[in-house]
Design a protein around this ligand. Structure first.
Ligand SMILES: [Cu+2]
Length: 299
């Protein structure tokens, strides 16, 4: 096979690029070691591969109202841009989980309703998603990677309203967005809040490096306040109020499984904030009560 003949499949693949998997599979079937120098030096008049077509990331809306959670019944696998809009009059807190093959929506709802959660619940996939947009139309946008399967999205703050959806197709090909910040979630702490965070809109990537589910809530707090101040304020907060007076949610991400990355654009104002994970652990307590909470400054 001449070098030109070897290049043909590569050029054809590059110019007809539908996703990266095609390229990877194509190169894997060729003599990569001899192919690479000829392909990169362009020693003859073979035209350069056509520019790659843009890889379009689907834009999907998740809308919460007082009595419904609205999401497409089917989306494509891979990275999706998710905008969560809160049209209810209270906090919207959502998560999406993959229901294991062979189980039904009813099985998933039963698992959510019982205190004695079944085994699968602890290791099914929680994909992470932008979370806690402001009531009355607030929006948060982020990026979520979905593997194929059947999912259920739940908003526990509106009487457990849920909707299920299917994810199908090839999850390869759409590149992960480039984030401004990296935040790590571990058992039981956050990584990445040692330095002040610049104010304004920034894309955060959160990765769960732990062994159990985690999420992130950011709260605008009274300037100079500490985690202890927040805990003290909770003690006098009425039961029907989610956060104490003076503390306002400024967005975060919903439940995220170990090994999963999820992205959210947060737009924080200067001042003291709190980052916390309120997901329950095996002891039934929110992780925040076991140390997964920190104050940080936005400047
Ligand atoms: Cu946690």
């Amino acid at each position: 096979m001449t070098p030109a003949e070897r290049r043909q499949p590569v050029n054809r693949l590059a110019s007809s690029l539908a996703n990266r998997r095609q390229i990877l599979l194509g190169l894997g079937g060729l003599a990569g070691a001899t192919l690479w120098p000829a392909w990169t030096t362009g020693q003859d008049a073979t035209p350069a591969p056509a520019p790659m077509p843009p890889l379009v990331i689907p834009e999907i809306e998740l809308v919460g109202t007082n009595d419904a959670l609205i999401f497409p019944s089917a989306i494509s696998a891979g990275i999706n841009a998710i905008t969560v809009r809160n049209e209810s009059d209270t906090i919207m807190h959502t998560f999406a989980m993959r229901i294991p093959d062979g189980l039904t929506d009813d099985d998933a709802i039963a698992a959510l309703m019982t205190e004695d959660t079944p085994d699968w619940f602890g290791h099914t996939l929680f994909a992470g998603n932008p979370d806690e947009p402001q009531p009355g139309g607030g929006e948060l946008t982020g990026y979520v990677f979905y593997v194929p399967g059947h999912y259920m999205a739940v908003n526990p703050f509106s009487d457990g309203i849920a909707t299920s959806f299917d994810v199908a197709g090839e999850p390869w090909g759409r590149p992960a967005p480039v984030a401004d910040f990296e935040v790590g979630l571990i058992d039981m702490a956050f990584l990445g809040f040692d330095e002040p965070i610049p104010a304004g809109p920034h894309l955060w990537r959160l990765t769960n490096h732990g062994t159990t589910w985690h999420d992130l809530t950011t709260l605008k707090a009274p300037d100079g306040s500490t985690v202890d101040d927040l805990f003290a304020a909770f003690e006098t907060t009425p039961e029907d109020q989610v956060f104490p007076d003076g503390y306002m949610t400024t967005g975060g991400v919903g439940a995220t499984s170990p090994g999963v990355s999820t992205w959210v654009e947060l737009n924080l104002e200067p001042g003291t904030h709190i980052a916390a994970c309120f997901l329950p652990g095996e002891d039934g307590l929110p992780h925040a009560f076991n140390g997964m909470i920190t104050a940080f400054e936005v400047v």
